[in-house]
Design a protein around this ligand. Structure first.
Ligand code: 3PY
Length: 265
């Protein structure tokens, strides 16, 4: 296995000209051996596993069910009004993670909207995330939380790294880490490399995309991914990197950057 961080294809954002189950073949044909599926729930878990096995792909990450995406839900963890739905979402996430042999589950925070949800968001979020970290630990699954910048998802509860560290410091499961997405980090506080180094002990997974258009790492934008991948590799070459970017943004429709930038499939 070559040195350097491995890259997983996000099958909800890449190969979107194909139905989800056919994206596994497209990812494998492009050279990927790892995939992440943020929202796998449109297909039965066994069908996804069958597609992955057929193309010798491993799942690196799924999200817990985020609520009704089309109705504007972006996760449930901070919503007092959705506490039962959140607990049920963990059971579904565990079922899928086990079926897919996936070891990481991202818990999305959600967008508190009602006055009562807003008033109770921080306490609800902390309680739910700590519950999830402990429950996932019982199934040998790592619990991840991802600060998301306020421009991409306005109103999203978890929108900076101080909030994430506050919950991590309250948690005693030893099973709660940050999903560090450089696309969000740049827009949350910049200092993408410095923040990575500062939080390295608490980071469990990386995601990447170019800023501001959320295109591939070799498309034009604010971030120099030659530098960022060298920083990631210098800090922890074991971190998996999720290629979570919009396909079709920018001229190139290739994954040459994976080799060109000293990371690998
Ligand atoms: O929107 C993102 O960046 C996510 O990773 C959601 O899972």
């Amino acid at each position: 296995m070559p040195a350097g961080n491995r890259v997983a294809a996000n099958l909800n954002m890449l190969f979107t000209n194909l139905p989800l189950l056919q994206r596994y073949g497209a990812a494998a044909a492009a050279g990927f051996k790892l995939v992440e599926v943020s929202i796998p729930y449109s297909e039965p878990a066994n069908k996804l596993r069958q597609a992955a096995d057929e193309h010798r792909l491993e799942h690196t990450l799924i999200n817990a069910p985020p609520g009704n995406w089309d109705q504007g839900f972006r996760g449930l963890a901070s919503l007092k009004s959705e506490k039962e739905a959140f607990r049920n979402s963990l059971d579904t996430a565990i079922e899928y993670a086990r079926a897919l042999d996936c070891k990481r589950v991202h818990i999305m925070a959600g967008i508190p909207r009602t006055a009562d949800d807003v008033a109770h968001a921080s306490a609800t979020y902390s309680e739910n995330v700590r519950f999830a970290a402990q429950k996932l630990k019982e199934h040998n699954l790592l619990c991840l939380i991802e600060p998301i910048n306020k421009y991409t998802i306005p109103g999203y509860h978890l929108h900076n790294y101080e909030q994430a560290m506050e919950v991590i410091n309250q948690d005693d499961s030893q099973n709660l880490k940050i999903q560090y997405d450089t696309f969000h980090a740049q827009q949350i506080n910049g200092q993408v490399g410095a923040t990575l180094r500062r939080l390295k002990e608490h980071i469990g997974y990386i995601q990447v995309a170019q800023v501001p258009a959320r295109g591939a790492c070799d498309t034009r934008g604010e971030l120099d991914y030659h530098f960022i991948f060298s920083e990631i590799g210098a800090v922890n070459a074991e971190w998996v990197i999720g290629a979570e970017y919009l396909d079709g943004v920018g001229a190139k429709e290739s994954f040459g950057w994976v080799i060109e930038m000293a990371v690998h499939f």
